[in-house]
Write a protein that binds this ligand. Structure first.
Ligand code: COA
Length: 336
């Protein structure tokens, strides 16, 4: 790409709800065990919103944290992208609602894009285009999902996996000419979209024939097939992205993958031949928080000293659609 303005990742933040649901708690809902869940997924507990709390509240806190770390003021933001697969309402969108709550004012665009658990990588690609072409200068990306509200809590094959959480990023035109996106690719295959679905309850006009099947708004998933897809397509894709960008996996400091299943994380790790200290995993404590999982793992990794800033990382995501994507990014000091 020529004459593309470079992008700087200026600030990253996250927020998770306080309420913890352990694997043992789930035994109150159906026949399961901590041993079954942990050995197959690596998950011990997850966070869920409660009462009136929604993805808007945790998204707002994550956004404030990212803005504060970036050194910008809300008024400096000139575009907001929400990456939400399970927002509390379809519209007003997460992005528009947060625009209001952050006091950003009415003169900037705000919209959500839906790429499920790949949402953050998709949003980063869109932001890269906007910044690269000089359309917008400083963009807030917020990935926030209250998965617990669309989980079928009678289905022990899916409800063990998901949790609620939010992550946010402020990206801006890089003033020093250094681009923090070393490579970024996104992809999708709608022909296998039925593997993970959430179908809204719906109706036809009462004057016409009604549909035979009406959704209930809950996640329906073919876990086995999603697992097979994730351990075959994603590791190869990540490796190809690195190769296509003329980089070597060993030269990149960390792998920060979408946190869907510890065994999927290990499949990507194996493909890249990475030692454990290069791989960031916190699925044990949060389950799958959709598009928020990468920023949560990133910031927590820094807080816990597992990630040293002034480094590079591969971010990779995959999820409903099916969608997937990978980016190699520069993590500057002070971003979280
Ligand atoms: N506790 C105990 N038993 C359970 C259970 C639970 N929570 N969930 C399912 N089972 C049972 C099933 O009923 C089945 O029993 P049966 O053989 O008597 O019929 C058995 O365990 C195997 O079920 P299956 O669904 O085949 O398990 P699995 O080995 O495929 O593991 C997942 C299920 C969901 C853990 C696994 O498929 C997975 O992680 N897939 C990826 C999903 C994912 O990451 N989605 C998000 C992508 S962004």
């Amino acid at each position: 790409m020529t004459n593309i303005r470079p992008l700087k990742i200026a600030g990253i933040g996250y927020c998770v709800p306080k309420t913890v649901i352990t694997n043992d708690d789930l035994k109150k809902l159906y026949d399961t065990s901590d041993e079954w869940i942990y050995t197959r997924t690596g998950i011990k507990e997850r966070r869920v919103v409660s009462g009136n709390e929604t993805a808007i509240d945790i998204g707002l806190t994550a956004a404030k944290n990212a803005i504060e770390k970036s050194g910008f003021k809300p008024d400096d933001i000139d575009c907001i992208i929400g990456a939400a697969s399970a927002p509390p309402q379809l519209y007003p969108t997460l992005a528009c609602t947060l625009q209001d709550k952050l006091g950003i004012g009415g003169n900037v665009p705000a919209f959500d894009l839906t790429a499920a658990c790949t949402g953050l990588i998709y949003a980063l690609q869109v932001a890269r285009g906007f910044i690269g072409l000089g359309i917008y200068k400083t963009i807030l990306i917020v990935a926030s999902d209250n998965n617990s509200k669309i989980t079928d809590w009678t289905d022990r094959g899916t409800s063990i996996l998901f949790g609620d959480g939010a992550g946010a990023m402020v990206v801006t035109e890089s003033e020093d000419g250094v681009d923090d996106i070393l490579t970024l690719n996104i992809s999708a295959d709608g022909s296998i979209g039925q593997l993970i679905q959430t179908n809204f309850p719906s109706q036809c006009c009462p004057l016409v024939e009604q549909a035979q099947e009406v959704g209930n708004g809950k996640i329906i998933m073919n876990g086995k097939e999603v697992y097979k897809f994730a351990v075959t397509t994603v590791p190869k894709y990540v490796e190809d992205c690195i190769e296509k960008a003329d980089m070597k996996a060993e030269d990149i400091d960390y792998l920060i993958p979408h946190q869907a299943n510890q065994r999927i994380i290990e499949a990507i790790q194996k493909r890249l031949n990475y030692s454990d200290d290069k791989v960031i995993s916190n699925i044990k404590y949060y389950g799958n928080t959709s598009a928020a999982s990468i920023p949560i793992a990133l910031v927590e990794g820094v807080e816990q000293g597992k990630i040293k800033l002034g480094s590079t990382a591969i971010l990779c995501g995959f999820g409903a659609g099916m969608t997937w994507g990978a980016a190699v990014v520069r993590l500057r000091k002070g971003i979280c």
